[in-house]
Design a protein around this ligand. Structure first.
Ligand code: SF4
Length: 337
């Protein structure tokens, strides 16, 4: 007896009018109709392929066509032993206390951040974004600060400069750690200069320094759309119980205030006077970590909810959650407006 099955790493997510299949191994998705998603859950998971087709004679042709398409694209398969192909366990078992941090540096007091970064590393933080929004006066201290990551378990450090405060030569001197990458905004549009920085002087032959001619905007809103989603296994798993943008993230503004996002007004004490230990006990700071898309109006009906890293703040009205910066997707019509 032949059964139709999605691979154990492929999960159906139903929206109000459309469904998506998430392939967690290949970080990709594919559209399927809501009707087919429901047919799969109510019939294909129980009955044989032939039994389901027999009871849906009028739709037989499009169903066969879709199933063949899913199999050809490696989302699904036929089997005579469906019990031998269980679904992947999607429990999110992150034991980290802080996963990522965003710090806007006060470059006049760089020495203050040495202990802060050491502290974040001791709390398991692996992803760092350091924002430089004024001249780097003390190159040696800056070098010392970035040097802390050398012996650490940090996976990735991004240094964002609002302007090219340091040129390529100076950056090269600051670090040779390939986990540290630079994004430099407001770079001159002069192509000769960009080429010189990018191609000839880069010892690594890849974009360890990325020059952008646009201005840096701390309050920039998330971009929405298929090309801006992250259908990765990590985001999917985290989204089951958390808000994947805010969860396990600590942001610190230039004055040293703890925030959920640098663009938000609300703060939760200052790193100069409050410990991470104490911050992590503060439920008001962690509130956004637990407002997953499933709990937010409109998002809970959207098929993209387990791959959407929206940085919008969330407001509560009469016990319901809403994103303040609503996106331009309408899950009830399945259209981008
Ligand atoms: S913000 Fe909400 S509705 Fe918009 S794409 Fe993301 S999950 Fe869907």
């Amino acid at each position: 007896m032949k059964y139709f099955r999605f691979h154990g790493n492929c999960f159906i997510v139903k929206g109000a009018t459309q469904a998506l299949v998430y392939d967690l191994f290949k970080s990709r998705t594919i559209d399927i109709s809501l009707q087919f998603a429901m047919l799969y859950e109510s019939r294909f998971l129980i009955d044989t392929y032939d039994e389901v087709l027999e009871s849906h004679k009028q739709w037989k042709e499009p169903i066969i066509k879709l199933i063949n398409f899913l199999i050809d694209n490696d989302f699904a398969f036929f089997t005579h032993e469906p019990e031998n192909f269980p679904q992947l366990d999607i429990k999110f078992n992150n034991v980290k206390r802080i996963y990522s941090s965003v710090i806007e540096l006060d470059t006049k007091s760089l020495q203050l951040y040495e202990a802060l970064i050491e502290n974040l590393l001791s709390f398991d933080c692996q992803f760092f974004c350091l924002i430089v929004s004024e001249d780097v006066y003390d190159h040696e201290e800056f070098e010392k600060l970035l040097g802390i990551f050398k012996e650490s378990r940090a996976k990735w450090v991004q240094v964002i400069m609002k302007r090219p405060y340091l040129d390529f030569k100076e950056l090269k001197q600051v670090t040779h750690d390939m986990r540290i990458v630079y994004k430099i905004y407001d770079a001159p549009k002069d192509k000769t200069i960009k080429d010189r920085w990018w191609l000839e002087e880069s010892p690594h032959k890849f974009d360890i320094v990325e020059y952008i001619s646009d201005s840096f905007d701390l309050r920039i809103k998330s971009k929405y759309g298929i090309e801006h989603f992250y259908p990765t296994q990590d985001v999917f798993l985290e989204s089951q119980n958390h808000n994947p943008f805010f969860n396990l993230k600590v942001c610190i503004d230039k004055a040293g205030n703890f925030k959920n996002d640098l663009a938000f007004d609300e703060s939760f004490g200052n790193f100069k006077t409050r410990s991470f230990h104490d911050l992590l006990k503060d439920e008001s700071f962690k509130k956004l970590w637990y407002i997953k898309n499933d709990k937010i109006e409109k998002c809970k009906d959207c098929q993209y909810r387990y791959q959407c890293l929206s940085n919008s703040n969330i407001k509560e009205i009469e016990g319901k959650y809403f994103k303040i910066d609503s996106c331009n997707f309408d899950p009830y019509q399945n259209v981008w407006i």
